[in-house]
Write a protein that binds this ligand. Structure first.
Ligand SMILES: Cc1ncc(COP(=O)(O)O)c(C=O)c1O
Length: 284
């Protein structure tokens, strides 16, 4: 803060933002290679939704305006994030103001599987709801599917069954629908890997993180995306039509960098796995 309290990203980059972006970009699985900093989880979701929409515009797929999400989900309280969220109580007072989006079932094996159904069969059946919904809406109308990799604030802690996200990925690929993973709560180490979706062995198109990124020391969130999506903007209009004054805030980025170094240098992810096993044993 003493060396640089603030610099607007419209004109300047800063060392702390660059270093934090490098760290995330190196750690992120698959094709993720670009980072866009904001000031929290809801802001990350807003940016992700607009990024998905503008990506399709850049490629002349103007009809892709619709978002599909899941029941019992939470993506934040701003209007865009609330629109895709599946928390009925939070949506109720504002429902007339929300943008159209539709919801499919969450992946909640414990409560919603049929008697005798295997985890695998359940995961495939539930994931296939996405295909049914895309086809119902019109395959060229859907911009993205958004889901928390591990269900969080609304549903409880619900990890996906094995194979569920692989099937989701296949369906998204088939219809040109982007996959946005909301890891605001489950990301940044809480599942034992820095990104929860590392464990699903899939690629994401856009990933949102916040909370654990700054560990509470500063308000910060990030949207991560692929070179392919970045290039569509670069070779198209040349800019992402979005932004906030305090995005990429140097103090927030410096704090998040310090947090992430602590996580790395103290092997905290190994510790998460050990504590997870202990907790699992005791719960059982
Ligand atoms: C999965 C998920 N997405 C988005 C948000 C919104 O983040 P914020 O409260 O930082 O706006 C939350 C907050 O709990 C969350 O759990």
């Amino acid at each position: 803060m003493d060396s640089l309290a603030f610099a607007h990203t419209g004109f300047f980059t800063t060392e702390s933002a660059e270093k934090l972006a490098d760290l995330l970009q190196r750690a992120a699985p698959g094709k993720i290679s670009m980072v866009y900093f904001v000031s929290g989880g809801s802001e990350a979701i807003e940016a992700a939704l607009k990024m998905a929409r503008q990506y399709h515009l850049e490629r002349d797929e103007k009809e892709r305006t619709h978002f599909i999400a899941r029941h019992q989900s939470y993506h934040g309280n701003t209007i865009g994030a609330l629109s895709v969220g599946g928390n009925v109580w939070r949506r109720e007072p504002f429902k007339e103001m929300l943008m159209p989006s539709t919801h499919i079932a969450p992946c909640y094996f414990y409560r919603n599987s049929y008697a005798g159904e295997s985890e695998n069969d359940y995961g495939q059946r539930i994931a296939n709801e996405l295909e049914t919904e895309i086809v119902r809406l019109g395959p060229k109308k859907v911009a993205a599917f958004i889901a928390e990799t591990v269900g969080g604030a609304t549903a409880g802690v619900i990890p996906p069954v094995p194979g569920y996200f692989k099937r989701i990925r296949e369906i998204c690929n088939k219809y040109g629908v982007l996959l946005i993973l909301d890891e605001v709560m489950c990301g940044m180490g809480r599942t034992g890997s820095l990104f929860a979706y590392e464990q699903e062995q899939i690629d994401a198109d856009i990933v949102c993180v916040a909370k654990g990124l700054g560990g509470g020391y500063q308000p910060i969130g990030a949207v991560l995306t692929t070179e392919k999506i970045y290039r569509a903007f670069q070779e198209g209009s040349g800019l992402f039509q979005h932004g906030h004054t305090y995005m990429g805030h140097p103090t927030a980025c410096a704090a998040a960098l310090a947090v992430q170094k602590k996580v790395q240098n103290n092997n905290l992810l190994d510790l998460v796995c050990k504590r997870g096993e202990e907790l699992n044993k005791r719960l059982r």
